[in-house]
Write a protein that binds this ligand. Sequence first.
Ligand code: PAF
Length: 301
Amino acid sequence: MPTRRDFAMLPVIATTAEELASVRPDGAAGPLVLVPTMGALHEGHRSLFKMARRLAGADCLTGTVAVSIFVNPLQFGPNEDFDRYPRTFPADIEACAEEGVDLVFAPGPDVMYPREPEVRVKSGRMGAIIEGATRPGHFDGMLTVVLKLFNLVRPDIAVFGEKDAQQLALIKRMVADLNVPVRIESGPTVREPDGLAMSSRNRYLSPSERRTALALSRALRAGADRIGAPAAEILGAARAVLDEAAKADPPLHVDYLVLVEPATFTEVTSHYSGPAILAAAGRAGSTHLIDNLPLTVHGGT
Ligand code: PAF
């Protein structure tokens, strides 16, 4: 049977809560699957849309795939890139059409925040460490908008990328702690052929910064090549690559390199054995980049 994707049909676009309520299907036909984004869509997003399409039902006669596009001011710090964050709405709609997205919710800031929000989600200890220590307040702002999007769109399932591993862990924790009635699914990081994790921020990089930025994925690979080794050996292998990149021109300013337990983001101890995430972040020029790889650690006895 031909699908919406075969015809690259334009999705329905809602920009207000009222418009969204009037076009949101009642769910009788199948699940509503939401992929929250900030736009500037790339292949990483497209792979999540494909996953959402599969979860909703492969053709548009079953469930609904919804994508939200909103650059959330609450999750940017005062010196971060909110103003220059890429906004590519026409191209985003085209990408959504090509991937069989049924509905795009694209509210403006006045719709999401008609006044300064007094009540917000607090991301707790887990939101204050690692990426949260580099970007104070970021995860509170992110969780606040995700909960608002869940309340507005009321998805059965929501899909997030594993590249933002701490974000994903926090969203799962929020859903569990606050009994939010949504199932969370995730899709793997999509990489450029040279290993760079896809990100809307990659377009900020000059050619030389991009070369420097590659050290992040190389470092993670070097660590992951020690799969099954104790934590110190994995971290040492990754650290050696980052130390070299810190001397490159332009240098990589390393924010962190950590090996953490996937659900809590607590750093693993030297005796830890089990699944872990090797995560790193740094700046090439003024661009903040993050990356991670899942792996297994075998601690000594
Ligand atoms: O990952 C993102 O693009 C954003 O953090 C999200 C989840 C859409 C919330 O603004």
